[in-house]
Design a protein around this ligand. Structure first.
Ligand code: SAM
Ligand code: SF4
Length: 324
């Protein structure tokens, strides 16, 4: 459906948990994080109920995120159920990849369409530092297995931080030249822990690549893909995407809404308020009324995020609580 600014909202991101097996430096504090008690997290039945209504309203792509979504027991069943909704064309997951080896078969069986793996470095020692303890080899094995087992699309999400991993940009480019993997450079957002690190704009990332490679013009444009722009180097099997929320605000093309693990329908990543669907559902609302509330929520999506001109509405939580 269209929101008040005429944007077609067809993409729902669902955070199924705020828990995570890693503690990435720009996403989660090292210690002292209080996670939601289990009773405050949406059940799969509640999530399915919201998706079913959202699908009727025009949502055709769903992304499962977190926290780390693969820490939530029974996830493949939820993916399978969502996939059976006739309006849903695509279900994807964003994961740190540590548990991929363990769950890849179940995920494939569930009908998962694509996989985004967050990976900011290809160096074992640096991976341990950035994720505070993660094992890079497990992630690499998970990625290889996903490709071997025929997951249709495998993409890497890479956040470049000045002085931390900006020396590895070409290593990532080479990876997508060799393998059919898309790399997406995502600009660091000044949310929560992310405020402590220096970002690199995607214009700078592109300049670094252009010193060594020619980039073909924007190769993919697909309304479901949202605001990424994609390029290829001459011989690359995968493509190189740039998601630039900071340097090239793309709010006018934003096609997404979010459902947080605690059950808020969040109309914008950087907007504190949302609609508490969990309490509304647990108070016994009927589907028709719930649909009206979701319609209103989508319609009232704010016109732009508040990163550049902070407002009283900005969200001060960390990304693991919002879902990225
Ligand atoms: N745990 C999963 C993962 O890491 O892929 C899913 C959740 S994580 C919050 C989703 C995405 O948010 C990851 O790609 C991560 O790199 C990104 N992220 C977290 N904090 C960020 C920040 N401050 N700026 C930009 N991206 C961020
Ligand atoms: Fe966990 Fe993902 Fe946040 Fe890293 S980015 S701490 S893997 S939720």
């Amino acid at each position: 459906m269209l929101d008040q600014f005429g944007r077609n909202i067809n993409y729902l991101r669902i955070s199924v948990t705020d828990r995570c097996n890693l503690r990435c430096v720009y996403c989660m504090p090292e210690e002292g994080t209080e996670f939601l008690p289990h009773k405050d997290i949406l059940t799969f039945d509640e999530i399915y109920r919201v998706v079913k209504i959202a699908a009727k309203l025009g949502i055709s792509k769903v992304r499962i995120t977190g926290g780390e979504p693969l820490t939530r027991q029974g996830l493949p069943k939820l993916i399978h159920d969502i996939k059976t909704l006739p309006q849903i064309e695509e279900v994807c997951i964003t994961t740190n990849g540590i548990f991929l080896e363990k769950y890849i078969d179940e995920l494939i069986k569930s009908g998962l369409d694509s996989l985004n793996i967050s990976l900011d470095t290809l160096q074992e020692k640096k991976y341990k530092e950035i994720t505070r303890g993660g094992n890079l080899e497990k992630v690499i094995r998970g990625i290889k297995l996903s490709l071997d087992k025929g997951i249709k699309k495998v993409k890497l999400n890479t956040v470049i931080m000045r002085g931390k991993n900006d020396d590895e940009i070409m290593d990532f480019v080479e990876l997508c030249e060799k393998f059919p993997i898309d790399i997406r450079f995502i600009e660091l957002m000044p949310i929560g822990e992310g405020k402590q690190f220096k970002s690199l704009s995607n214009d700078d990332v592109k300049q670094i690549i252009l010193k060594e490679r020619q980039l073909s013009s924007n190769v993919v444009q697909n309304l479901l893909l949202g605001p990424a722009t994609y390029f290829k180097t001459g011989s690359s099997k995968g493509s190189i995407g740039f998601i630039s929320p900071m340097s090239h605000r793309f709010c006018s093309q934003c096609n997404r809404i979010r459902l947080t693990s605690e059950g808020f329908l969040k109309q914008c990543l950087h907007w504190r308020y949302g609609i508490d669907l969990k309490n509304i559902m647990r108070n016994g609302i009927k589907d028709e009324q719930l649909e009206q509330i979701i319609v209103k929520g989508i319609y009232e999506k704010p016109n732009k995020h508040g990163f550049k001109q902070p407002t009283i509405y900005e969200d001060n939580r960390n990304m693991f609580q919002i879902g990225g």
